[in-house]
Write a protein that binds this ligand. Structure first.
Ligand SMILES: [Zn+2]
Length: 227
């Protein structure tokens, strides 16, 4: 191999850093959970029993063909899908690479789908997130930001905590304070009960580092996409 091609090959080696779910979650503000040591299978079994009781109490006929398997369906959906973000091993595999291009402007991902569940009423939270950061020494694959937002959404949540947990994890992974997260969402507990306002939306923001202290960076984030 010629000297030139050796140099080229060496240039192609981009330094990568991988994170274990545990190390990331240690740096994210805690969720109100108690470890009960149950396996996923045990959780599904217990929830199915409890949910059957709820349906019975509501007066539904559990022998009806259409309803018969609902407790089992709901239990599986809770443990494996809707609340999968309570299991640390469901945290996405994250790799960051060295910011070798020295990119030092805002990276912004808009329109990230957020589908969560309000922990007060167990009703759907349906919204969009906007996430931005200014790279320090690390950059992250863009789809990983969507996956991180999705992981923390798959928990019984309040929107304020969800916003902060996404920001906490990115600050740690990217080793920077220059992170901004904003979520605008419709809460079905507000739409279908209480005030029954179907149109209202809730926005939460966590602006850190230069997004908090520098008016220009902040307005670049806040006004992105608006005319
Ligand atoms: Zn609610």
């Amino acid at each position: 191999m010629s000297q030139a091609s050796q140099d080229f090959d060496e240039d192609r080696v981009v330094k990568e850093l991988k994170f274990s779910p545990e190390s990331v979650l240690e740096h994210v503000r805690p969720h109100p959970v108690l470890s009960n040591k149950l396996t996923s299978e045990q959780k599904i079994e217990k929830i199915a029993k409890s949910f059957a009781e709820i349906l019975e109490t509501l007066g539904l006929d559990l022998n009806n063909e259409s309803i018969k398997k609902t407790p089992q369906r709901v239990a599986k959906m809770y443990v494996n899908e809707v609340f999968a973000g309570l299991k640390s091993d469901a945290f996405p595999k994250i790799t960051v690479i060295e910011n070798e291009m020295a990119y030092d402007q805002m990276v912004l991902i808009d329109n990230i789908s957020i589908l969560s569940c309000c922990e007060h009423h167990f009703a759907t939270i349906d919204g969009k997130a906007r996430v931005a950061y200014i790279p320090n020494k690390r950059v992250i694959g863009l789809s990983k930001i969507n996956r991180i937002a999705d992981f923390f959404s798959r928990r019984p949540q309040v929107q304020e905590r969800l916003t902060k947990q996404i920001a906490d994890s990115l600050c740690y992974i990217l080793d920077t304070k220059d992170v901004a997260v904003s979520i605008t969402a419709k809460h079905y507990c507000v739409a279908s009960r209480g005030v029954q306002d179907e149109a209202s939306l809730t926005t939460t923001c966590d602006l850190r580092g230069s997004f908090k202290h520098d008016a220009r960076t902040r307005s670049e984030f806040v006004s992105h996409g608006s005319k």
